[in-house]
Design a protein around this ligand. Structure first.
Ligand code: ADP
Ligand code: MG
Length: 277
C-alpha cells in the first residue's frame, strides 16, 4: 500500500516501477477513478471487475500472450457466468454481464486470471502484478465496500505469483486504510505500508539547482517558495515554471508572484520540469 497526499508523486512512482518490471512480469495498472461509471457517480463492483479484466487482456496483448483470448472465450461460453453477450474488441473477448446481481462468479474468474495467465506462461514471466491507483474512490461503494474487500481477499490470498499494489491520495488516518490494512482490516498484517512524503527543503534546493538553474531565489525567497509549494512536487514544478527567471527573487517578490499564479496552480495540470519517460 502506497499512500500520500495528492500531487506528492505516487502515480509517477508507480508508473516508473511498472516500466522497470514489465519485462519480467505481466503488469497491469488500473486507475480506479477512470473506471466506467465512476465519473457518473455510479462506481460498482462489476465496473471495477471489468476494468481489471480489460487491463489484464491489454497486458496480455502487449506481451503477445494471445492464446489466452481463445481460452477465455471458451470459458465464457461453457461456464455459466450469466452473460448477456460476448463482444469482440480487436480480438479481445469482452463479456457483457446480464445484471449486477450475478457478478460473483465472473468476479472470481477475473481475480483468478493473473494466476491462470502466469501458469500458462511461466517460462516467460516471473509473476503478475496488479497496480490499483486512486483506490480511495472505493469509498463510493458505500455499504458494499467491506463485502468487496473481503471478497477480494478471499480470492487473492492464496495466489503465490500475483502481487497487488494499492495506492491512493489519502492520509494514514483515513478509515479506508484501516479497512484495508488495519489489523482487523481485510488485508491486516499482510500488507506493507509505505507513505510518500513531500520533498524536504534540501531536496527542493538541489532539485531546482539541477533542473532550473535560471531560477534565482535568495535565501528568504527560497524559504517562501518552499512554504508556498509545501514540498509537493506538483506545486513545486508548476510554481517554479511560472516564476520569473534570471532575476533575483526575494521573499516579497515570491509572495506576490504566488498570489498571481495561484489560479494556475489550482486549476491547471502540473507543468513538468522533468521528463519521466
Ligand atoms: N519524483 C518527482 N520529481 C519531480 N517531480 C515529480 C516527481 N513526482 C511527481 N512529480 C510531479 O508531480 C506531479 C504529480 O505527481 P503524481 O504522481 O501525479 O502525484 P499523485 O499521484 O501522488 O497525486 C507530476 O505530474 C510531476 O510533475
Ligand atoms: Mg495519482
Amino acid at each position: 500500500m502506497i499512500i500520500g497526499i495528492r500531487g506528492v508523486g505516487k502515480t509517477v512512482l508507480l508508473k516508473k516501477i511498472k516500466k522497470e518490471i514489465e519485462n519480467d512480469y505481466l503488469t497491469c495498472y488500473v486507475d480506479l477513478s477512470a473506471t466506467s461509471g465512476y465519473q457518473m457517480g455510479e462506481l460498482t463492483e462489476m465496473g471495477i471487475i471489468l476494468h481489471f479484466y480489460e487491463c489484464w487482456m491489454e497486458a496480455c496483448k502487449e506481451k503477445n500472450f494471445t492464446t489466452i483470448f481463445k481460452k477465455v472465450k471458451k470459458y465464457f461460453k461453457t461456464k455459466n457466468f450469466g452473460l448477456r453477450e460476448i463482444i469482440d474488441i480487436q480480438g479481445i473477448p469482452i463479456p457483457v454481464p446480464k445484471s449486477e446481481d450475478d457478478y460473483k462468479k465472473l468476479s472470481q474468474f477475473v481475480l483468478e486470471l493473473p494466476q491462470i495467465i502466469y501458469e500458462e506462461h511461466k517460462n516467460k514471466i516471473k509473476g503478475s502484478i496488479l497496480i490499483i491507483d486512486e483506490f480511495q474512490v472505493l469509498k463510493d461503494l458505500g455499504d458494499r465496500l467491506d463485502t468487496f474487500l473481503w471478497f477480494l481477499r478471499s480470492v487473492i490470498q492464496n495466489q503465490k505469483h500475483t502481487a497487488y499494489v494499492f495506492s491512493g491520495s489519502i492520509n494514514s488516518r483515513d478509515s479506508i486504510i484501516e479497512k484495508i490494512a488495519g489489523k482487523d482490516g481485510a488485508f491486516g498484517g499482510r500488507m506493507l505500508n509505505i507513505e510518500i512524503y513531500p520533498f524536504s527543503e534540501e531536496t527542493v534546493k538541489n532539485y531546482l539547482n539541477e533542473k532550473l538553474p535560471s531560477l534565482n531565489l535568495d535565501e528568504r525567497g527560497f524559504e517562501r517558495f518552499y512554504k508556498c509549494a509545501n514540498g509537493i512536487p506538483f506545486y513545486l514544478n508548476t510554481f517554479a515554471k511560472l516564476l520569473q527567471k534570471n532575476v533575483q527573487l526575494n521573499d516579497s517578490k515570491v509572495k506576490e508572484e504566488f498570489k498571481k499564479t495561484l489560479p494556475f496552480i489550482a486549476f491547471n495540470t502540473s507543468m513538468e520540469l522533468v521528463n519521466f519517460t
